[in-house]
Each structure stands twice: as C-alpha cells, then as structure tokens.
Write a protein that binds this ligand. Structure first.
Ligand code: ADP
Ligand code: TYD
Length: 214
C-alpha cells in the first residue's frame, strides 16, 4: 500500500513492557542524534498526532472492560495510521529521523499475546493499515514484568488501564516481545533493561552508530 517513504530519514522504535525505560532512553537517543547533526523527531504511541492523541485518551482511560481486544486493536491501528500519515511519513520524507516510543510491535505483544487475540489476527489488521512499511531498527526492552511494574508504581496519571492488568497478562506480553525479537532478527535488538540507564544508552548509541549513521 505504501512504498518506501524514506529519503534519508531513518525510523527507530523502542518497544517493551510498561516501566522498562523506553521513554527515558528515547529522549537520550534523540539528544545523541542531535549532537551528530541528525534532525530528529521524537514521538510516541498511542498518539503523536492530534487525532491519534484523541484516540489515546479513548483507549487508555476508563474501565478495563470498556473495549474488547478486537475493538481496542482497531483503535490502536486507527491511531497509528493517523500518526504515520500526519507525523512519521512527512518527517521521513523531509529527511528527518524519527524515534517512536512504541509502535506496531506493542499491538502484537499487548493485544496479540497479552489479550490473546492471536498473531494472525493482529498481522491481518497490520497489513491492511500499514502495509510493508517497517522500522529500520527496533530496540525491544526486556525486563521481568514485576520489576517494570514496580518502576511505574509512583505514576499518578490516569492512563493506567494496562498497568492495572494482572501479572499473567504482563508475563504473556513479555513472552510476546521475546517472540517478536526472535522472529525479526534483522530489525530487532533485544535489550536487557534491568541494567543502568547509562549502560543501556551506550548500547543503543553504539548500535545506531554501527547500523544507521553514515
Ligand atoms: P517506560 O517509558 O518504558 O514506561 P520510563 O522511561 O518512563 O519507562 O521509566 C519508568 C521509571 O523507571 C521512571 O521512573 C524512570 O526514571 C525509571 N527508570 C528508567 N530506566 C531505568 C533504569 N535503567 N534503571 C532504573 N530505573 C529506571
Ligand atoms: P504509555 O503511556 O505509552 O505507557 P508506558 O509509558 O508504560 O510505555 O501507555 C501506553 C499503554 O498502551 C501501555 O500500557 C501499552 C499499551 N499499548 C497497547 O496495548 N497496544 C499498543 O499498540 C500500544 C501502542 C500501546
């Protein structure tokens, strides 16, 4: 559906469970790229464009039973399509690099594995909404579910729908992310997210420098 939109811009995604450190590391990676004179757009999902932000609100607030797995997956993809069309693709076309804190692997892990909608169902929706477009590089942050959730405990915002899911959900989604990393070895790098912020950032920078920087 969509051809290769990149004209020099690279698309990097950070994926993993809640509290695994993605937001912290995305910010630091964007700072690093700026020091290398790479114009970088830092964005996140769900959200990243006005319509996508409105859908974020719909998905993440309210009763855990508000949406079923199918409805939720369609909302994530409506939001993602909006984010791609209005934010990600235009930036890449202008030659900017894009770092997204979460992208499609989150839907596969959370809805496909966590909510047990299944890999095939999510892949079908993905193919329809996104086509063959994919990140150049994906870091998958791996951390025991309990440890990640402990890090999010202090959060006071009201977007806690998934953080409220039970521990077995978070364990399924961790296995999901591990499967995704195994099945996409060229695109995905598995990150041991239990290490220090500095150690993780160093690995990210070295990987980006080796794989993507000119
Ligand atoms: P995410 O975006 O994956 O939910 P955050 O980057 O928001 O994760 O981090 C969640 C919490 O854990 C924050 O309070 C952050 O300061 C802390 N944190 C992030 N990385 C680490 C780390 N490597 N070790 C310990 N705490 C961390
Ligand atoms: P977010 O604020 O990004 O959480 P965190 O800082 O923990 O990464 O909230 C997004 C929540 O939505 C998070 O619990 C993961 C979930 N999610 C899905 O279930 N499917 C998806 O496709 C995406 C992008 C996020």
């Amino acid at each position: 559906m969509q051809g290769d939109r990149r004209k020099g811009g690279k698309f990097i995604t950070l994926e993993g469970g809640d509290g695994s450190g993605k937001s912290t590391q995305s910010r630091l990676l964007a700072e690093f790229l700026e020091t290398r004179s790479v114009e970088t757009l830092l964005t996140r999902e769900p959200g990243g464009a006005p319509g996508a932000d409105e859908i974020r609100e719909l998905i993440l607030t309210g009763d855990p039973d508000r949406w079923d797995a199918v409805g939720e997956t369609l909302l994530f993809y409506a939001s993602r399509r909006n984010h791609l069309r209005l934010t990600i693709w235009p930036a890449l076309e202008e030659g900017r690099w894009v770092i997204s804190d979460r992208f499609a692997d989150s839907t596969m892990a959370y809805q496909g594995y966590g909510n047990q909608l299944g890999e095939e169902a999510v892949q079908r929706i993905h193919d329809f909404a996104v086509g063959s477009f994919a990140p150049d590089l994906t870091f998958i942050f791996d951390i025991p579910a309990e440890e990640g959730l402990k890090r999010t405990m202090g959060r006071t915002h009201d977007e806690v729908r998934f953080e409220k899911m039970d521990l077995s959900f978070h364990e399924r989604l961790r296995d999901g992310f591990l499967d995704i990393a195994r099945k996409n070895p060229d695109r995905c790098i598995l990150i041991d997210a239990t290490r220090s912020v500095d150690a993780i950032q160093q690995e990210l920078r070295e990987t980006v420098a080796a794989r993507l920087l000119p």
